[in-house]
Design a protein around this ligand. Sequence first.
Ligand code: ARG
Length: 475
Amino acid sequence: MSDMGSSDTPSTDNTSAANTMWGGRFAAGPDAIMEAINASIGFDQRMARQDIEGSRAHAAMLAAVGIVKPSDAEVIREGLLTVLSEIEGGTFAFSAALEDIHMNVEARLKEVVGAPAGRLHTARSRNDQVATDFKLWVREQIDAAIGGIEALQRALLGQAEAGADWVMPGFTHLQTAQPVTWGHHMMAYVEMLGRDASRFRDARARMNESPLGAAALAGTSFPIDRDMTAQALGFDRPAANSLDAVSDRDFALEFLSAASICAMHLSRFAEELVIWSSAQFRFVVLSDRFSTGSSIMPQKKNPDAAELIRAKVGRIFGANVALMMVMKGLPLAYSKDVQEDKEQVFDAADNLMLALAAMEGMVRDMAANVPSLEAAAASGFSTATDLADWLVRTLDMPFRDAHHVTGSLVKLAEDKGCDLPDLSLADMQSVHGDITDAVFDVLGVHNSVASRTSYGGTSPVRVREQVARWRVRLG
Ligand code: ARG
């Protein structure tokens, strides 16, 4: 019985079982606390499939270039599939003593296939291995995020198409500004999400270089074929500098950054849904499927999903900041610090996917309250700009003068406790004698939105064009 561990913490008796991977150099195993801080198997087992995919590509390459016998490589590749099926079947016994997914898989491979397993780690290191696995994992998440974004965009397109001519108030400063169409508002989020998807695509294109074969940090003296493994793993090319390849986590930071911006967009929309579903607004009714009740107030229907989506950006951007701080100041090449990358990225990815899916469900199910949108659109002098524009167009007034005249008309309406369309022609002419009956045409909210046909404007015609454009784009 050894006494290498600290006496007041439970220590692992490892003298006889010094690590099988580097036991040659070590007389004793680690203290339990050392194992606790060092082991990543608790979380990096999520990369098991990528780890095995990378190892299978590596083994095939080792055989192709004559570093290991083809028969050994075949045994290794088959054995790795057995290990994968054990992991996926839930029968694999993960061991913290084996630190991480890489050593857990390799140790089990040895049990499954025996001696040939020892040849798998030729010409590679866990440093290039983990960078490869993690890149493969992040790349899949990027594809999933793009899928989730596009599904949400389709849900928004459905809303935009249904409500291309429904009018609602457009806000600036959350004060009624000008009437807009429901479709136009939905399409604003389609645009934001389109940029999110494009950011993920950019990140994917930039990250798609294979670290495998960079080995520990300096490359290897074995005649490996890095193009072959890069190609087998779907990378565009091998990373060109081994020091950079093993220590780079830009791809994770770019993922987190794109995820943060996307989550910020979701948060903005979620906030609108919270406001819109309130009794004070009544712009939308969220479905029961995406709402909760209150345990004390029977009348309550709460927009919890929207509130949680509104909050998710906190942890996602938090992950981005955390990893940035981990990477800051790290000298080349690999340092164990970077093991702190995974939990942040896993958590951010899980929560982004959840937020996208919940938002998609909410958007599909939500019902706009069209009469209430229209009533709100017409209130608050929302067509004052239309009135000013009419004065410019019809009476050839300079816009600044028209602004002033309209301001006086708004004041008059306010004094009378009515809205602009409720003023009589005589009221209008008391402010400016040249105003005619025709002015009333532009004061209606439907005419107002229909008139905004400039490219990118809110008119139903333009909205339908944008919906059609996006339908083609999304395929
Ligand atoms: N578990 C490690 C990580 O996630 C794998 C690489 C370990 N490399 C090393 N030289 N200790 O980063």
